[in-house]
Design a protein around this ligand. Structure first.
Ligand code: NAD
Length: 484
């Protein structure tokens, strides 16, 4: 059964200082439906003049507006209202996200939008308890710390989880009292346009949240703007490195949440049925366009062939198709360039010793590719070392725990990792040894707004979610009153 694709599209305009505006030079860009390739709408492309206006509005709102001076609890109440409004319009949000990104509606309904709501509620609650500390000093004094917002935050988000990653930045940044200029990805800006409406309706004052849709140069102009105090970037390691370098040169605070190449280690003592189910979900979820994808499966030799066979079987049976059709697990890639990148990796595999199962391209329109399983791939192959960012998994055997850890840690990335085992002692030992910001045992993608994630190495630095996520948008001021 196909559920209606019809959902009202938000106006493709910039939200600056409480006003809806076209780009100063009138530029727009098309937004495509990834399932059909058909243009859905046109959205404004902000240029340097628009960036300047948006940062100016955020600066004004931070320096003079009410948001940064409200008490944390008052801001928390606004965020609760955001969550309530989101809940009331959850169906619309889920459909819009599925239409824009090609995510199966089953997931936007049960994962993406509920996570967005949960994130706003989590930070609405957390910020109510925001507190500094009193400290004992050597000289007589009354000494305490204050937790203050940083100022104007530039939030730059990628195409693959537009709503969730917007919430992951906006909720803590706003809770802390900052004002925000947000630039979503050029391919998938629609949920951010709806967010802008909701945040205003919930009571975020004019200039508190500004949305500039646009492309790479829009993001670069935002990063370079002297009125920005903190950059919160999520995207590829290549762009993240440029952003971090530029931010450092102007001494702006920066966090960069970047790519990943997650290793999922299956030990022979694991519950094999559950481990295989986990491994399949870990690489097909979000059509593999997941920074934390379990894109490398490492299997202890006695169960290696059983896992290769089971993953290969799943690759050809997981339902691929229209994200609005019931039961579909894998939708299209978000755009033609993303599809071309995945196809180029599979072509590379075909001309190597790798054995490939799946990776079929269905006839018809849209940017579809079926799940693909690759075995007999060398550790130094680009298929192991680089982020493919599609529904593609490699499977490698190992003989010892040390070898598994070495292979898991043997890329430049370090975002997520996991292990499947019944041995509790081993679980803790291996979790400690893995180079990753988050490790899951007997599962994958066990994410929660309360649990921080972030990278090591080429996966970036900074942590999002949890109290650490709020800390990233606060600075500490010490006040010392002389009592001598
Ligand atoms: P991308 O790096 O191409 O773009 C990310 C954002 O940066 C977009 O909004 C883009 O327009 C903007 N941008 C591009 N050039 C810029 C520049 N020079 N200066 C400032 N901004 C610029 O990434 P993408 O293709 O949208 O997203 C996929 C990547 O994001 C993958 O590598 C994935 O692993 C990563 N990702 C990481 C996380 C995480 O939490 N670590 C989460 C999701 C996605």
């Amino acid at each position: 059964m196909t559920i209606t694709r019809s959902v009202p599209l938000p106006q493709g305009l910039l939200h600056i200082g409480g006003k809806l505006l076209p780009a100063a030079d009138g530029r727009t860009a098309p937004i495509l439906d990834p399932a059909t390739g058909v243009e859905l709408t046109q959205v404004a492309v902000a240029g340097p003049e628009d960036v300047d206006r948006a940062v100016g509005a955020a600066r004004e709102a931070f320096d003079n507006g009410p948001w940064s001076r409200m008490t944390p609890r008052e801001r928390g109440r606004v965020l609760w209202r955001v969550a309530d409004l989101l809940r009331a319009r959850a169906t619309e949000f889920a459909r819009l996200e599925s239409l824009d990104v090609g995510k199966p509606l089953m997931f936007t309904t049960t994962v993406d939008i509920p996570t967005v709501i949960d994130t706003f509620e989590y930070y609405a609650g957390l910020v109510a308890g925001l507190e500094g500390a009193t400290r004992a000093t050597a000289a007589p004094s009354f000494a305490y710390t204050r937790r203050e917002p940083i100022g104007v935050v530039a939030a730059i988000t990628p195409f693959n989880f537009p709503a969730i990653l917007s919430a992951t930045k906006l909720a803590p940044a706003l809770a802390a009292g900052n004002t925000v200029v947000h630039k979503p990805a050029p391919e998938t800006p629609l949920s951010a346009l709806l967010f802008a409406e909701l945040l205003a309706e919930a009571g975020v004052p004019e200039g508190g949240y500004n949305l500039i849709t646009g492309d790479g140069p829009t993001g670069a102009a935002l990063v370079a703007h002297p009125g920005v105090d903190k950059i919160a970037f999520t995207g590829s390691s290549a762009v993240g490195a440029q952003v971090a370098a530029q931010a450092s040169a102007s001494l702006k605070q920066v966090t960069v949440e970047l790519g990943g190449k997650g290793a999922n280690i299956i030990f022979a003592d694991a519950d094999l049925g559950a481990a295989i189910e986990t491994a399949v979900g870990a690489f097909v979820f979000n059509t593999g366009q997941f920074c934390m994808s379990g894109s490398r499966v490492l299997v202890e030799r006695p169960v290696y062939q059983a896992v290769v066979d089971a993953l290969g079987g799943a690759a050809t049976h997981v339902p691929v198709g229209d994200p609005f059709s019931e039961g579909v697990v894998v939708g299209p890639m978000a755009g033609p360039n993303h599809l071309a990148k995945v196809v180029s990796y599979l072509d590379q595999a075909a001309s190597s010793d790798a054995q490939l199962v799946g990776g079929q391209r269905p006839d018809g329109p849209g940017f579809f590719i079926g799940p693909a399983v690759l075995s007999h791939v060398a550790q130094d192959s680009p298929l192991i070392q680089e982020e493919v960012f599609g529904p593609v998994v490699t499977v490698q055997p190992f003989d010892t725990e040390d070898e598994a850890i070495r292979m898991a840690n043997g890329t430049r990335y370090g975002l997520s990792a996991g292990l499947q085992t019944k041995d509790v002692t081993r679980a803790h030992r291996v979790a400690g040894a893995l180079n990753a910001g988050i490790v899951w045992v007997n599962g994958w993608a066990l994410l929660d707004p309360a649990m921080p994630f972030g990278g090591v190495g080429a996966s970036g630095y900074g942590r999002e979610n949890g109290p650490e996520g709020l800390d990233g948008y606060l600075r500490t001021k010490s006040v010392v009153i002389n009592l001598a």
